[in-house]
Ligand binder design. Structure first.
Ligand code: ADP
Ligand code: F6P
Length: 338
């Protein structure tokens, strides 16, 4: 990818005009598969005879005019790479009306009449503001947290949950050998999907999630002792980052049960790594779909995957939707821990 910055285009901006130049940015936490989406947006747009402009470092880079032209070769050799080649950032200024006006003006200055924003709900809120200011925007759900209500799939979750699952399997091996209690903390500041899926996939005895934070520690300690009596060789607790306190919890459990307890915080390794096949294919499909929508003259939309289908939603509608941890899955996890 070239680092050469480009000059603004001398062109008037009309929302009714067919899209001619598509901008693309990644925003918020990175997620494996974002590169597949960048590649798909770029190549689908180029195949349709459109120009593509990559915006580095999310909204921060947009406000700093860190804008580059993207060719088909610029996105070669990236589908298998984790992270985002465009980099990502969090940007306070974009939350202000002044910042949003400036961002829209910069899009117009560079002839960007269609913008694809890959990120989570916060990034979509920024995209919504730009839409209202005349820049057609399409949001693609990119987050390892799976916490976007309009979609059953988010770019990066599949890779992250598999990375976490494999790491937890390894901790489990040593936990069994030493007959310990192991607390493994997975990402998810506000969402417990990674914890829930790992809890089921790794056969955990207990899952702690921010959505269900008032768990009964005394009951858990009794369960750890009963588990030992039942002849089980370890006790695995998957704890979400949003619940946290894993190190102290380990000390309290060890003191109360006499069973050696260790805490492992998996951290950012869950956000990196080569995307799974699913993340590459779904992100590619969503990237191509974003360009199709822009070419149909649509904007202010978010692409999602629901009920086995790729769909698009109005951003307002998408942001107003609520998502809850599926109770039946949580109940299944509890039964399977017997
Ligand atoms: P995510 O997109 O993963 O939810 P954040 O919540 O950190 O991540 O949001 C990413 C960026 O989107 C923020 O740093 C900010 O620039 C922009 N953003 C978030 N909320 C808003 C908002 N209400 N209005 C405009 N921009 C926003
Ligand atoms: O990308 C989502 C997420 O991984 C959350 O689960 C986590 O709480 C947050 O990002 C942490 O982000 P950072 O450490 O980059 O601020």
């Amino acid at each position: 990818m070239t680092d050469k910055k480009i000059e603004p285009m001398e062109q008037s901006y009309e929302i009714e005009d067919p899209v001619r130049t598509i901008g693309i940015l990644t925003s918020g936490g990175d997620a494996p598969g974002m590169n597949a989406a960048i590649r798909a947006v770029t190549r689908t747009a180029l195949a349709k005879g459109l120009k593509v402009r990559g915006i580095r470092r999310g909204y921060h880079g947009l406000l700093k005019e860190e804008i580059i032209d993207l060719s088909a070769r610029d996105v070669s050799d990236i589908i298998q790479r984790g992270g985002t080649v465009l980099q990502t950032a969090r940007c306070k200024e974009m939350r202000t009306e002044e910042g949003q006006q400036k961002a829209a003006a910069i899009c117009k200055k560079y002839g960007i009449d269609g913008l694809v924003v890959i990120g989570g709900d916060g990034s979509f809120a920024g995209a919504q503001k730009l839409s209202h200011l005349g820049v057609r925007t399409i949001g693609l759900p990119g987050t390892i947290d799976l916490d976007i209500a309009c979609t059953d799939y988010t770019i990066g979750f599949d890779t992250a949950v598999n990375t976490a699952m494999e790491a937890i399997d390894k901790v489990r091996d040593t936990s069994t050998s030493h007959e310990r209690c192991s607390i493994i903390e997975v990402m998810g500041r506000d969402a417990g999907y990674l914890a829930l899926w790992c809890g089921i996939a790794n056969g955990a005895e207990k899952i702690l999630m921010p959505e269900n934070n008032n768990y009964d520690e005394d009951a858990m300690i009794k369960d750890i002792l009963a588990n030992k009596k039942r002849g089980k060789k370890n006790y695995i607790i998957i704890n979400a980052e949003g619940v946290g306190d894993s190190m102290n919890l380990a000390k309290r459990i060890e003191a109360a049960t006499g069973i050696e307890t260790r805490a492992t915080i998996l951290g950012h390794m869950q956000r990196g790594g080569s995307p799974t096949c699913k993340d590459r294919v779904y992100a590619s499909t969503m990237g191509a779909m974003a360009v199709e929508l822009l070419c149909q003259g649509k904007g202010n939309r978010v692409v999602g995957y629901k009920g086995g289908k790729f769909l698009d939603f109005d951003i307002e509608e998408a942001l107003s939707m609520k998502k809850q941890i599926p109770t039946h899955q949580y109940e299944i996890a509890k039964i399977l821990a017997l």
